[in-house]
Design a protein around this ligand. Structure first.
Ligand SMILES: C[S@@+](CC[C@H](N)C(=O)[O-])C[C@H]1O[C@@H](n2cnc3c(N)ncnc32)[C@H](O)[C@@H]1O
Length: 360
């Protein structure tokens, strides 16, 4: 038994069953948790994210940032924030592409919100020329106009699972029985308040997932944009509209595991509820764009054109690799449809004059 599982069992012995959200929090972000010390990314890790598939992903986001900054009136100073920057690949590619706009680079102060010590080290190496400031949470990023990026962050935020039974909604919890950790149900926690109205009368057996942590984060981002001007780009996987179903899963070495196996050693993730995120952001006063499928977003930003241009200058084998990378990012059966993109902006973005946000 590893240290994370031991501490989860101790906590259950002391406090009783844990909600799925408490389990995720402990296993991912608690002491020794999956996102505290590991580098989970890349072919040798547990999964590969879009910026690790191709540099074109980060480059196009860099150009999106320059374009959005111009639409926001090109503030002379702004905070460029990434939450969950992984190895720093996306931001390094983005800032290289942004060299086309020296005024953008001169106006930005880079902030990285990251809880993982090993990844902070890699970010420091890749982004040394941009003197980033690290934060444990968004709360310590100073006030002021902001451009914010988060790719594959929200799927790692804890979810609660609510299960409809013949006696009404119950909450899925993790308890200990004679053979180890096992799922059970108890009376629902206050998370039931986030249940989507359309799901309240679901059929017996239905599972609903709600994430107070995701709602709190999107609300904090939106409020800052409303107060200080700016925009955010959030990319993750999940359906465009809120749905029912159990999407809680564990991923280790590119394979799915049962969520209670290898706690602390496998990524625990769930689909992002974009309907809940966009509603919360709009309620906080932000302008909301999307969700748009990642394939459509990248195509609108010109990924195919970019790949063709690079391929023309490269040998045949490299050209083949570039086209495989684009396929992985945009094909519907790959990352193109399941992954969605949403944009948020403060009310200062004048839609009539600026025309919304590129690609959304
Ligand atoms: C799935 S990785 C994605 C990394 C990167 N965005 C990419 O696309 O390659 C999730 C990232 O979020 C970070 N992370 C996880 N939970 C976090 C939290 N609560 N606050 C800030 N960062 C977090 C992880 O350490 C990691 O950098």
């Amino acid at each position: 038994m590893n240290a994370v599982e031991r501490s989860i069992r101790q906590r259950i012995a002391l406090e009783g069953p844990l909600t799925v959200a408490q389990l995720m929090q402990e296993a991912l972000a608690g002491r020794g948790g999956y996102y505290r010390d590991n580098d989970p990314l890349g072919p040798e890790g547990d999964f590969v994210t879009a910026p690790e598939v191709s540099q074109m992903f980060g480059e196009l986001i860099g150009l999106w940032c320059v374009d959005t900054w111009q639409r926001l009136g090109a503030p002379a100073k702004f905070h460029l924030v990434e939450i969950g920057p992984g190895r720093g690949t996306l931001m390094a590619d983005a800032l290289r592409a942004a060299r086309v706009a020296p005024a953008f680079l001169a106006a930005k102060q880079l902030h990285l919100v990251e809880i993982n010590a090993a990844l902070r080290q890699q970010q420091a190496e890749r982004l040394v020329d941009h003197t980033p400031i690290w934060h444990e949470t968004l709360g310590s990023v100073p006030e002021g106009p902001m451009l914010l990026i988060a790719n594959e962050l929200f799927d790692a935020l804890p979810i609660h699972q609510l299960v409809m039974t013949d006696d009404g909604w119950r909450e899925r919890v993790v308890a200990e029985n004679s053979s180890g950790l096992a799922f059970g149900v108890t009376a629902p926690s206050s998370a039931i308040g986030l249940l989507r109205p359309a799901h309240r009368n679901a059929k017996s057996g239905a599972v609903a997932e709600v994430s107070p942590a995701a709602i709190a984060l999107i609300d904090a981002i939106a409020r800052r944009l409303v107060r200080d001007n700016g925009a955010a780009l959030i990319i993750d996987y999940g359906p465009a509209e809120s749905g029912l179903g159990d999407s809680f899963q564990a991923l280790k070495r590119h394979k799915f595991h049962l969520p209670l196996e290898a706690l602390g050693e496998a990524d625990l993730t769930a689909h992002v509820d974009f309907g809940a995120l966009t509603d919360a952001a709009a309620e906080a006063g932000a302008q909301v764009f999307g969700p748009t499928a990642q394939g459509d977003f990248l195509r609108a930003l010109g990924i195919e054109l970019r790949a063709n241009m690079l391929a023309q200058k490269a040998d045949a084998a490299t050209g083949e690799i570039l086209h495989r990378q684009v396929h992985r990012l945009i094909a519907p059966e790959q990352m193109g449809r399941l992954f969605k993109v949403i944009g948020l902006a403060g009310p200062q973005l004048n839609i009539e004059r600026a025309g919304g946000l590129a690609g959304l």
